[in-house]
Design a protein around this ligand. Structure first.
Ligand code: ARG
Ligand code: GLU
Length: 646
């Protein structure tokens, strides 16, 4: 009997440990998680992770641009992020004569580092809970509540901002406005491109492998932050000097294995873990499938032209990649929601919540939210359709140097027909409807706008005008009331489960996610090991296939022998999202073992519901970076700058 009890207890503990990998926690509150982190192997303290009194790991992590993460890896301002995060900069320095996208680039001296107008990196100085100050004397009944809060936020941000010293402040809503945090950043503006491997390494596998495991992408690039003589932010100047960070990562060369503790420190963009079953149903069964179908059509058209002409393939490479990126993510997301019966699981949760809520102020709340979603759905879907069809037609925004008219004409025809066929007349711009009838149908309208740019411009301007003044207004108004209900529902969920640790949804603020290196079982009978190696790159290598055609230099190095087991990528159970690209992957000792860059597509529903058996983040192994710098690019100057754990 005792044995059975012990076995049951063991299972219960195993189950809580596994699901506990869920969560993206606020660094300032990491003390609430540190015992669990340490129980799982972490060797450092909460103060080592986040401190306002001394240098801590947070000082080595930056928001790179407006949507990626990066980390400092030397005492002279050197940072590493993903190749896809630096893509635009790499592209902007490239020309036919110097194609850094194609060939890669490494600055072998400081004067070869290339400035990037508009690129910033932001260091988080501190984050503070400002809920009490911000909501002082405000109740749920305060008239114009949102406007009053917005005004206070503006004032707080403005009073802290100091352009000259690069201080920016932003107040962010957490838990649907049950909590507010202030984030103070120091923003550096002179950030120079140091180097990147060839795209055939940095984007190896292209869209074929994107969101997939096994993966072999060397997805990294390097930049250097420059400061004025006092180490403060400054506009670009040749007199600026490399920034001296408070903290940078040491590099661990001893490697990783299944089960090792991992910790991701970065800026996840957006998640919705606490939404109502109707919100999940809308995403998984309505919105994602509709958008996937539209993008399947667009991609089919683009790819047909790209496949027929290498010039067009280059022209449309970036557009195709961005259309395909979300397209594939949504397939994983809606597939995951269906596979896991997430809608049903949420309904069961709501039934339990409602039983508990009887007689409290939360009674009837989930029904109200459900009813609001029913009201929202037709408008929201019509709005999303407009964005995915009309707004996807390049003819309406024609100044792109990479524009190929036959693709756009065919795509516009397909998209405007889909818009007309799938969206009710009353939810389309009246001017659009009139234009269709006066041209004798959608095809006639497409002929007309492609014959006359002025017609295209006015059709778009007037359609967009109506969408903004009418449709979007309705969407925002209903969404506003949903969010007010959610503020209550969130509070209710916290009272309903007082022992559960809640983490706020991602909102592009700094978070800590911890887990461990682990494989997974994508489907019956198949197990994926968590580590990939150079041998796998050579297995995929094929000069005939664009996505798998590695540089000859890498083939030559491999042929020298002995490099089969160079580690390339690994997967782990950290809870990440878009924006975590480029995040440091940190081991139990606080040293750098990799760079985060993706998730496996079977697990992309983690933005809505995290499932520990399918959700894996994909990381570049730092040892592949070292191998490339050493053997393929001979960038000894970079290697000399790094500090290794001995
Ligand atoms: N899926 C990753 C992300 O969401 C990488 C995207 C870039 N790579 C690509 N093949 N499109 O950003
Ligand atoms: N590639 C994503 C990014 O650019 C990260 C992958 C994810 O969504 O987890 O942020």
């Amino acid at each position: 009997m005792r044995k059975i009890f012990t076995a049951i207890a063991a299972i219960a503990i195993a189950a809580t440990t596994a699901s506990a990998d869920e969560g993206m926690w606020l660094p300032a509150l990491v003390s609430q998680r540190i015992a669990d982190m340490q129980a799982k192997g972490f060797k450092l303290s909460a103060e080592d992770v986040y401190s306002i009194n001394q240098a801590s790991l947070k000082d080595a992590v930056v928001l790179f641009g407006k949507g990626c993460t990066g980390e400092l890896i030397s005492g002279e301002g050197l940072l590493i992020t993903n190749h896809h995060c630096g893509f635009r900069q790499i592209q902007s320095h490239s020309s036919v004569e110097h194609d850094y996208l194609k060939d890669g680039y490494w600055a072998l001296s400081r004067d070869m580092e290339l400035p990037n107008n508009g690129l910033t990196v932001s260091f988080l100085d501190r984050m503070d809970d400002v809920t009490a100050v911000l909501l002082k004397d405000i109740t749920d009944e305060t008239p114009d509540r949102n406007a009053v809060i917005s005004k206070r936020i503006k004032e707080m941000e403005t009073s802290l901002r100091d352009e000259k010293s690069g201080i920016e402040a932003s107040v962010e809503k957490l838990f649907y406005g049950n909590q507010y945090f202030l984030f103070v950043y120091r923003v550096y503006k002179d950030v120079r491109f140091v180097g990147a491997p060839a795209s055939s390494i940095g984007k190896f596998g292209g869209d074929t492998d994107n969101w997939m495991w096994p993966r072999h992408t060397g997805d990294f690039s390097m930049f250097r932050i420059y400061a004025d003589k006092n180490n403060n932010p400054a506009e670009y100047s040749k007199d600026n000097v490399p920034y001296t960070p408070k903290r940078f990562f040491k590099i661990e060369r001893r490697g990783v294995k299944e089960g090792d503790f991992t910790f991701i420190y970065g800026y996840p963009g957006s998640t919705r873990e606490y939404i109502h079953s109707e919100g999940v149903r809308y995403v998984g069964e309505v919105s994602d499938p509709a958008k996937i179908a539209l993008r399947t059509r667009r991609l089919e058209i683009m790819q047909r032209y790209m496949g027929a002409d290498p010039r067009i393939r280059i022209m449309y490479a970036a557009k195709q990649a961005s259309v395909a990126n979300a397209w594939k993510k949504w397939q994983g997301e809606s597939g995951g929601i269906a596979r896991n019966s997430t809608v049903e699981a949420k309904r069961e949760y709501e039934a339990r919540f409602n039983a508990w809520a009887k007689g409290t102020k939360y009674e009837g709340l989930t029904d109200k939210i459900g009813a609001k979603y029913a009201e929202l759905e037709p408008y929201m879907l019509a709005y999303e359709y407009f964005n995915e069809t009309v707004r996807a037609c390049e003819i309406f925004a024609p100044k792109d140097k990479d524009y190929y008219r036959p693709i756009d004409e065919e795509s516009t025809r397909a998209m405007l027909n889909a818009y007309y066929d799938n969206v009710d007349a009353g939810l389309r711009p009246p001017y659009f409807n009139e234009a269709v009838s006066s041209c004798g149908g959608v095809d006639g309208l497409v002929d007309a706008i492609f014959a006359d740019q002025a017609k295209a411009d006015s059709l778009y301007a007037r359609s967009l005008g109506w969408v903004k003044s009418d449709l979007l207004k309705k969407v925002l108004a209903i969404n506003g009331s949903i969010n007010t209900l959610y503020r209550n529902y969130m509070r209710g969920q916290m009272e309903f489960e007082p022992d559960k640790a809640f983490y706020p949804d991602a909102n592009l603020t700094l978070r800590v996610a911890y887990g461990r290196i682990a494989g997974y079982e994508p489907r019956d009978g198949v197990y994926y090991y968590p580590v990939s190696t150079l041998k796998g790159i050579i297995e995929k290598d094929n000069p005939e296939i664009y996505d798998y055609n590695i540089p000859q230099r890498l083939r030559d190095v491999y042929a020298q022998g002995g490099y089969e087991n160079v580690p390339v990528c690994f997967i782990a159970t950290n809870h990440t999202s878009g924006g975590n690209s480029g995040s440091p992957v940190i081991n139990a000792e606080g040293n750098l073992i990799g760079v985060n860059f993706d998730r496996v597509w079977e697990g992309t529903m983690s933005d809505i519901a995290f499932d520990p058996s399918f959700c894996r983040n994909i990381c570049l192994d730092i040892r592949y970076v070292l191998f490339l710098l050493d053997k393929v690019y001979g960038a000894q100057n970079i290697l000399d700058e790094l500090t290794f754990v001995d």
